[in-house]
Design a protein around this ligand. Sequence first.
Ligand code: ZN
Length: 293
Amino acid sequence: MKKPLSTLGTRPLGRRDRLWRSAIAFSRMTVRLMFGTWLAGAFVVWLVPGCLPVAAAAPAPVRVLLFSGQNNHDWRQTTPKIQAILTASKRFTVQITERPDLCDAATFARFDVILSDWNAFPADAKIKEWPEPMRRAFLDFVRNGGGHVVVHSGSSSFMEWTDYRRLCGSGWGKDTGHGPIHTFEVKIADPDHPITRGLEPFRITDELWHRAEQQPRKVLATAVSSKDQGGSGGDEPVAMTTEFGRGRGFILLLGHDTQAMEAPGFQALLTRGAEWAATGKVTLDSPKTEPKP
Ligand SMILES: [Zn+2]
């Protein structure tokens, strides 16, 4: 006769079996306790507001040192305008100095990018040179990874200072000129650069320089310099970048006055260029600028 399946292999429990079953039961209880403790801990973490998962923190503000106080343009108007454009983007903090010649390495160490609305151009300029220690600290700041931005005539100082000219990339040269202020279109020459990616052509009422100084640089945007407007008849670079050691230069030849600075395209180039010069990246949105009608 067959034994029922349920009784197959059964036998009275011995001492060894009881010990073995107790060990298994103890292990199961321990695992349950550990899991319960973990679950309770996770629940507490979820309840504590400080431990709640949050969106990635906003990047730290880009710290701009804005050189001003001397320029053959109306720096008393343009410098506050540049400051307002940068701070309105909520990406920058801006400190203005009207005595860049008094800055030193300790000053530069508190900033990510230097932006120049200053030049030594005026015939009656009080400051014609920067002291040698300041020049060294200035170049070291950029060479070690700092950013440098020039706006319009902020590009045009120290024509004999080779390193400064290389960093600025362009500026007022011996063949440079311009026609009257008029409205023209700015075209994006390099749509793949972080500064110009996503930007559309835009119109601006500004002073357009032709035959500006040409140092080694990358051209991001140009405008046709119409002969009808006293120009060269060719495409003239208006936005460029340079490299200097581990640092980055951004050159914006637009921005003769505050009216020009009202153009959304100018503001996009200024803010995106300043962010890129400071960090090597652009996180700011590319706004829809006014396309050609
Ligand atoms: Zn000008």
